[in-house]
Design a protein around this ligand. Structure first.
Ligand code: HEC
Length: 174
């Protein structure tokens, strides 16, 4: 017991002090890390792309894991499954399940390709998002996706979610 007291006696004063390591992030570093895109499109970067352009990006950066057309391979299918959610074998994809196209941009932008996240330019993320939306029959192959058009895309399953009726949630979610 005395040993524990000794340890605490030595450790406690030190815990109140600064450790002398690290530094505050600069405003530029905070800005570079602040890439979160909200469902209404807030924080979408400048840039644009179409499905035609995205086809190339997908073939080069995504197809080896998700299949040539996004049908799935070693990793999740990104296309198809429309109308399957109420069946015994629901297939959740961008087309059948995802409620917002802006979330697609955000997810790809921060997390894909899985083995090299962050390597795509904003134009490439818009283009590959457009490609996946087109593969799912949501937009045409020459529709230009950018900060204005992407939030306006109506996803097939947008209204397929049950609204959370808790009163405290209502205040936060429009
Ligand atoms: C090395 C393999 C790999 C590559 C390359 C890759 N992905 Fe993925 N992808 C994954 C894995 C693994 C997951 C599941 C991650 C998880 O659940 O945390 C995933 C999940 C996803 C999802 C979410 C699927 C869902 O409905 O849950 C999307 C969208 C996606 N990837 C898009 C892309 C795009 C676009 C590219 C190319 C720019 C890409 N991926 C490249 C492995 C990969």
């Amino acid at each position: 017991m005395w040993k524990l007291s000794l340890v605490l006696a030595l450790a406690l004063p030190a815990m109140g002090q600064k450790l002398g390591v690290g530094r505050a992030a600069t405003a530029d570093e905070v800005k570079a890390a602040d890439i979160g895109v909200l469902i209404d499109g807030t924080n979408l970067p400048a840039g644009k792309g179409t499905a035609v352009e995205g086809k190339e990006v997908f073939a080069k950066r995504c197809a080896k894991c998700h299949g040539a057309k996004g049908e799935g391979g070693d990793e999740a299918p990104l296309v198809g499954g429309k109308g399957s959610l109420t069946s015994v074998k629901p297939l959740k994809t961008i087309g059948s399940y995802w409620p917002y196209a802006t979330t697609l941009f955000d997810y790809i932008n921060r997390a894909m390709p899985f083995n090299q996240p962050g390597i795509l330019t904003p134009d490439q993320v818009y283009a590959v998002s457009a490609f996946l939306l087109n593969q799912n029959g949501v937009i045409q192959e020459n529709d230009v996706m950018d900060a204005k058009s992407l939030p306006k895309v109506k996803m097939p399953n947008r209204d397929g979610f049950i609204k959370d009726s808790r009163p405290d949630v209502k205040k936060r979610v429009k």
